[in-house]
Design a protein around this ligand. Sequence first.
Ligand code: NAD
Length: 428
Amino acid sequence: MAQAGFNPFHMAQAQFDKVADLLDLDEGTRELLRNPIREYHFSIPVKMDDGTTKVFRGFRVQHNDARGPGKGGIRFHPQETVDTVKALATWMTWKCAVVDIPLGGSKGGVVCNPHNLSMREQESICRGWVRQVAKNVGPINDVPAPDVMTNPQHMLWMLDEFETIQGAKYPGFITGKPVGMGGSLGRTEATGYGVIYTLREALKEHNVDIAKTTAACQGFGNVSQYAIQLYTQLGGKVIAVSCWDEPDQKSYTFRKTSGITFEELIGITDKFGTIDKEKAKTMGYEILPGEDWISQDVDILIPAALENQVRGDNVTKISPRVKFVAEGANGPTTPEADKVLEERGIFVIPDFLANAGGVTCSYFEQVQCNMNYFWTKEEVLEKLDTKMTVAFKAVSELAKKKNLYMRDAAYVISIQRVARACKDRGWV
Ligand code: NAD
């Protein structure tokens, strides 16, 4: 979902161009990698509960599949745009490459608001989406997954439609399935925990005791909740969380300087993610404007809500105490703000590294489906920790060796891996 005046795809291309220049990438490879290989735009007609037919706009973008089948979620959002989907597909390519899993980058979306749709209407959209792209996706060419406002139930309807069309069972067609129906244990925690595995390593490298740190988070959804859970388990203290309020149509920051816990806040959050302000007040929270998460006097910021949140106009509000930013969301920092973070010497764990835990666990789900044998949650999380830690160390070592900003170092590793695969295949 793009906000007015902000084009995430232009941002993804600007980030790529910076490192392509640094690597002196040849023209052909540069042209191939700065655009998606394939884009599908289609209409999904749905018979609504009131008897009318409504047509929803759907997309699937395949950015690059040189390293393996495309992988990427499907978003349902009223302000979804193809440029957002293109940016996210591009970031998926870099994300899979930086954690070195044998997958490429894709993303999909439907312009719709599931909050205003019945379950039957949502099921029709899911099945319609699959019917439009069934020939172009699948376990060996492009594997979808849940993303913003889609969940395991949506994935199961999509799987069922795909298997009906194919006339066979294809559990590897889609990931994020319910546990017991081909889903992996640990997937719910994976992205948030992955953010904290990388943050833990960053703090270790800087000789900072996590138990003596404080953090502020933007978002209280899947990524943020589990990031908060693991960070507090490791001894860190989250003092502020910013979150969208559906009835008020604006965001608020919930602050408690003595520290919050995941369990406490989840108990007063409704199914649309809105935190009950009155209950929060009785539990000792101050209710501040939504943007205030960024100006808190903390050591760590975790933007884990949506893109375009740390910008030129608010980056100066970041407290001088902040030394680490762990990007849980995709594209939370604009290039303008990124420059300021770099100049200030803030250690940024870039989005496509920090939040790669989700796709890594999706890859584990595919592996388990292929074996038809499922690991315990502990096994999944241990393998995830290893993957994330190895990826973090490779990026951080390169950053130190070549004196690069962390985002640029992560891009160097990813672009080199993908460019090498394209070259070895004889594409460029
Ligand atoms: P989610 O829908 O579960 O949660 C989003 C959160 O952001 C909600 O708490 C919402 O209240 C909050 N929010 C929305 N607008 C806000 C605003 N203006 N100010 C403050 N808070 C606001 O989504 P999620 O799955 O947690 O994803 C969050 C981000 O992480 C997205 O950028 C997503 O693309 C990215 N991401 C998610 C995963 C995953 O596995 N879930 C993986 C990789 C990246």
